[in-house]
Design a protein around this ligand. Structure first.
Ligand code: UD1
Length: 431
């Protein structure tokens, strides 16, 4: 099992290319099930979650191919993936595959919309709270599907096809909105989604669906209207840059000090997090090239945050920000409002010397903490990268175990940081 070794204390200087967004690539790949024509996705990140989803889609009959690297392309240029679901050979998504990645549950929507039935195992994925799928199933029921749960499987049926309806989410759900968008695109009649997620990855999916022939209005707002069509076609689509990867490296630079250009990053995708970094005293400069993050010498101010659906501060940057706040010139308060139990990084950060007190869904972070290297364990995707960030600023050596969590969501993490001067390496195959 690979580990990552980090010796802290180096400033980060240079250029980090930002990859395509994992959370956009996954639903876009799943949307390929909606059409018998070929879908071509550019700028897809090289991640284990992407590879796993290709296997899952392959199980349903999707032919997937990755095009070779073009001349002059660096390792970090995203891949081009073509997906062709000419014939769906199986409408079952088995437990062995779905339990390894929660987002793969979303195949329920295109399978149901196109084939009239789907049998999909209840999901697994990151261990951050209960993460139910009741709202996703509610959305499908509003579109006329019958839903049964049997032996851990959701059996969704709509033999005569789905029909448009009103889906009013009581809570903002990204996955629920993806599912509703895909299903409604092939339903008979009009669907309205109220309280839709406004995350940029939802907009990216909607834009791709439009290229495939879907009729969608209200993209990027909380009220989306979809006029169903009888068939969708192929499309070419470029995956948008990863705002969570962007924010993560921005926090790494804020943590160590230094000056890094995050190439290809888009500030409109993470205004809230960038604003928080500016409040903390970090310089943020945006240009056509990307976002430049700079902190030279000056201390970090403590900032209180609360995670919120987009455009608020993303829950996927909460752990990283907590690591950063251990070095602020004062105490801060972090309120997690999206997921219960998303504080598993706290005890691992404590191994590096962090002083964080939990009270329900609020974490109180003591600033001015001296961090020191230690062996730590990655627990979930975002939690594990917070340990990397903390280790970059800690005195001495940190070994991060279970880095397969990182490989799910961060492309070439150690290479990107190494090229900016971090003392970081991957130790292969050791326990
Ligand atoms: C997606 C992201 C994840 C991010 C999260 C919130 C992907 C692959 N994952 O996850 O990185 O942290 O959005 O921005 O894009 N909920 C229910 N019932 C449901 C569905 C959700 O109660 O049926 C609750 C969840 O428990 C959570 C909240 O709604 O409290 C938001 O979850 P949701 O937006 O659905 O997260 P995901 O789509 O799973």
């Amino acid at each position: 099992m690979d580990r990552i070794r980090i010796s802290g204390g180096r400033r980060l200087e240079g250029f980090i290319p930002i990859s395509g967004a994992k959370n956009a690539a996954l639903p876009l790949m799943i949307a390929s099930l909606l059409t018998s024509e070929t879908m071509t996705l550019h700028n897809v990140p090289r991640l284990s979650d992407v590879r796993l989803l290709m296997r899952i889609l392959g199980n349903h009959g999707v032919d997937a191919a990755i095009s070779g690297k073009r001349i002059g392309q660096s390792d970090e240029s995203g891949e081009t993936i073509t997906l062709s679901a000419r014939d769906i050979v199986d409408t079952t998504a088995p437990y062995e595959l779905v339990s390894r990645m929660r987002a793969s549950f979303w195949v329920v929507a295109p399978l149901l919309a196109r084939m009239g039935e789907a049998r999909v195992s209840l999901p697994g994925g990151c261990a951050i709270g209960t993460r139910p799928v009741d709202l996703l199933l509610m959305a499908l029921e509003k579109l006329g599907a019958s839903i049964e749960i049997d032996s851990g499987y959701v059996i969704a049926k709509a033999p005569k096809g789905l029909r448009g309806g009103l889906i009013d989410f009581p809570k903002v759900t990204v996955g629920g909105t993806h599912v509703a968008l895909m299903a409604a695109s092939l339903a008979h009649g009009t669907t309205e989604i109220h309280n839709a997620a406004r995350e940029p990855e939802v907009a990216d999916l909607a834009e791709c669906l439009i290229k495939m022939g879907a009729r969608i209005e209200g993209i990027g707002t909380s009220r989306i209207v979809i006029e169903g069509v009888s068939r969708l076609g192929g499309a070419h689509h470029h995956v948008l840059p990863d705002r969570i990867e962007t924010g993560t490296y921005a926090m790494a630079v804020a943590m160590t000090g230094g000056d890094v250009m995050l190439g290809g990053a888009r500030s409109d995708l993470l205004q809230s997090a960038l604003g928080v970094l500016q409040q903390a005293g970090v310089e943020v400069l945006t240009s056509d090239l990307g976002i430049r993050i700079r902190r030279n010498g000056n201390g970090l101010m403590p900032v209180d945050i609360e995670t919120q659906p987009f455009p608020g501060f993303p829950t996927d940057l909460q752990a990283q920000f907590m690591a950063l706040m251990t070095r602020a010139d004062g105490n801060s308060r972090i309120h997690e409002t999206i997921f219960e139990n998303r504080f598993m990084h706290v005890q691992e950060l404590a191994r590096l010397g962090a002083k964080i007190r939990l009270d329900g869904d609020v974490a109180y972070v003591e600033g001015r903490t001296r961090l020191t290297g230690a062996p730590v364990m990655a627990t979930d995707l975002r939690a594990s990268v917070s340990l990397v960030i903390a280790a970059l600023a800690a005195e001495g050596e940190t070994l991060v175990n279970r880095v397969y969590h990182l490989d799910r969501g961060f492309e070439a993490l150690e290479k990107k940081l190494f090229r900016c001067g971090a003392d970081i390496e991957r130790l292969s195959g050791e326990r």
